[in-house]
Design a binder for this molecule. Sequence first.
Ligand code: G3P
Length: 216
Amino acid sequence: MKFFIDTADINEIREAASWGLVDGVTTNPSLIAKTRRPYADVLREICATVDGPVSAEVVATEAAAMLEEGERLARLHPNIVVKCPLIIEGLKAARALSNRGIKVNVTLVFSPLQGLAAAKCGATYLSPFVGRLDDTGHDGIAMVEQLVRILRNYGYPTQVLVASIRTPTHLLRAAEMGAHVATIPFGVMRQILHHPLTDSGLEKFLADWRATKQKI
Ligand code: G3P
């Protein structure tokens, strides 16, 4: 399973990359806005830091303008993947960008049939938002399970990139169902590495070792 980090914060990206856990990065306009830095500068810096796909989202809502923005973003670095929202205009842009050889991540997917439509448009990735669907009282993970099954039924090459992950359990369920990629916030990435039994186990090993007064 590929792990992407869901942030535009370069310090978080560097730290998680040092753990060997970052296969790629996803950003969105909200995450970039939080950095208070120019869009292109942030994206160039991320691409220089991580050797993997970096999703950068268009902000236009009309296909021709999305296509233009997408081409501009793709010129920033060969690893840029253009993110288009799942609206009709976004699907038109996704198809046009894919036809031009630019990788596309169709984002804001909230139903399996929206996802199937994105796969039919030639998207490289599609991003179902688990946490935001949970927020509405629906079962985000169940939606992703349906989506993964549908894409497998037809052998689509589109990769399911599970997004809006809020908890380690979201990630666990995504891995169990065989989703291709999870984009994970920094905090959740850190959470999955910690276990109280690891900490107490290590403490005991070290205490026992200190008692021997030996050195390695
Ligand atoms: O990748 C999409 C993701 O950033 C959305 O996450 O937590 O804002 O729903 P969240």
